[in-house]
Design a protein around this ligand. Sequence first.
Ligand code: PCD
Length: 806
Amino acid sequence: NVQSPISREERIEKLQGLGSSRKRVEDARFTQGTGNYVDDIKLPGMLFGDFVRSPYGHARIISIDKEAALAVPGVVAILTAEDLKPLNLHYMPTLAGDVQAVLADEKVLFQNQEVAFVVAHDRYAAADAVELVEVEYEELPVINDAFKALDDDAPLLREDIKDKMEGAHGPRKHHNHIFLWEEGDKEGTEQVLNNAEVLVEEKITYQRVHPCPLETCGCVASMDKINGKLTLWGTFQAPHAVRTVASLITNIAEHNIRVISPDIGGGFGNKVGVYPGYICSTVASIVTGKPVKWVEDRIENLTSTAFARDYHMTGKIAATADGKITGLWTHVLADHGAFDACADPTKFPAGFFHIVTGSYDIPIAYVGVDGVYTNKAPGGVAYRCSFRVTEAAYLIERMIDVLARKLDMDPVELRIKNFIKKEQFPYQSALGWEYDSGDYHTAMDQATKAVNYPALRAEQAENRTAFDRGETRNLMGIGVAFFTEIVGAGPVKNCDILGLGMFDSCEIRIHPTGSAIARLGTISQGQGHATTFAQIVASEIGIPAEDITLEEGDTDTAPYGLGTYGSRSTPVAGAATAMAGRKIRAKAQMIAAYLLEVHEGDLEWDVDRFQIKGNPEAHKTMKEIAFASYNQAIPGLEPGLEAVSYYDPPNMTYPFGAYFCVVDVDVDTGVTDIRKFYALDDCGTRINPMIIEGQVHGGLTEAVAIAMGQDISYDEIGNVKGASLMDFYLPTAVETPTYETDFTVTPSPHHPIGAKGVGESPNVGGVPALSNAVNDAFAHKGLVHTQMPHDHWRVWQTAQRLGLTG
Ligand code: PCD
């Protein structure tokens, strides 16, 4: 062996492994318009599908007349529930154990519900024909207020299950009731509340919002009748699960179905569920023998595919007079819309809402969640949060501020006083979670110093005096939030979706010349997996990241995995990647031992090679080992160098963060300027700091969107408001504030490289930080809580209610 020409530092640098801000490899194609999205797929003879949708929120379908529509040149077929019935496909199972109408059967239950599917030679003919399908409706009374859904005289929404008083999650107590889900110690908590020195109670609503990926949902279904194979390209965040579900509901053998998620233009939870468009396109392809494409427009996306939140929460906190929290009681009235299509692990109909004790050491707690049906679109996805964590974080972080006001205590001080301490980890929460790791005091300390918190409060005091003297019309608000996320679903023993355990996978193949391909069960939607997961492989096996191709999303080639949502890719598939890398390294060590004629135990790993302990000159690089594995007959070893790992995480990971936000509210206009936003995130070991920063910026911008404006509401006759980007708030660069990011590193003790998820954290922490800031602006004027979104109109109304407007 010759002396290595480059230094050890240079060798590390060359790998671009863990911790390197490697540039995103996918951006060359994204920024130059050569991405391959679903709508870019064009197949010979391809047909186009489009939906006839209900204009009513609740109505009986009297008749459907297709005649005029069928006469439009280019129209091939029109499907209705009647056509799907013989195939038993007019209803499909939802992820939450309910069923959802694929095409409305006798009744429509929300505005823009799918009623008929027109298939034509081009998009235009399909759209023309949609206009000509004549549906006669008889309007029925609408319920869009979750609080009225369980009234005795509330109209019956779900006729299809009216006699089914046992739902997927236990007994239903009313015809519009879905489930009651409870966790914790109800009686014990109530006792603590009854004896509390201090008690606060607040009703806090997290409004209905909608993830708004730039690319809407869509698919192309292509049934090849000759070989019996169905190929389904689509905007799927969980391609393998889609394949299994498609097989179960169509009875096409699973090996005859190939699901491909091509490039995806943002997911944010919107692309987890199964939508009628996928089923209708598949049926239409089977019927016509042609490929069929269906792609939603923006209004269809905002009004019919999965919504998020719509949680009406009540929180009660018991505390001692000096601010030690002694108990937390919560109830949620969860509005699930017309069908329960929430995307949560099967055993958790309210997702991970029971992380609601947050970052605090609360000895006793109770959660009760009642799910109800209303005349709204189905869904209930984790819009940039891990299964209802953002609702939980919002509730506890607002309630802590409410308690701070009651005690006349500083909200930062109150948080610090109740934090789980470093030495308490792993920490068992009152609601059953085991927090893997955390160091909250250090993070809060770093954050308060970074923003100079005392100076901000002093400035605010001056601002308030000036306001009262009439010298300014702006009120300064300071918002703090300290959140704990729970990501990486998750242990197969308690997390599954439709019976599929939530493990994930990675397969790595090293080629003879020392480059590699890695395939994962996850699917990037913009997160940059091709960049970051190659970095994990690089650090584990010593091959430069640029020599590793990363592939996801094709069920014919990728190992089975449960997909990308709930910030699970890094905690689960990222762990599988490290483990697969370690299997390869173990075999490489045997090969190196053979080549160097020593015992395996005499070797040590160093960056990109095995070297003889105490004699680093004698070594074999991974590149040399890779070639040898294909070139030499090594006694006792199979040729080749590859490995696969299916990883079932022992626990979830618990990233956390300290966020500060400063706003200036103009009381005469309600215009709220986000003057400062500081975000400290701890996601354990950081794979790519640049990507993390991008993830934090993106998540914070979605937090601004939600806290400051997004709202999917309905009027009393069932019309959905916020159905287009004219009404639904999507911040542009103009409204987006400047963010300061920061970090601490508390590695996950059970993850092979210590990494936790980060993609969702900024949304989980960002929303309460913003809302707390707006509420804080008015705190000295007697405001305890005002509902989101804090758009100009609502903020102005608050100012007016408090008598502050001119
Ligand atoms: N990372 C790093 N480090 C660490 C962590 C992480 O570096 N420590 C990175 C990774 O690798 C990636 C990212 O970062 O790349 C992220 O990650 P995560 O956290 O693990 O996550 P994922 O799984 O991958 O993903 C998911 C998420 C979610 S969930 C959401 S909503 C969103 C986020 O992601 N989405 C999106 N982000 C994003 N971005 C973009 N661009 N796009 C999109 O769509 Mo859900 O549940 O679905 O609601």
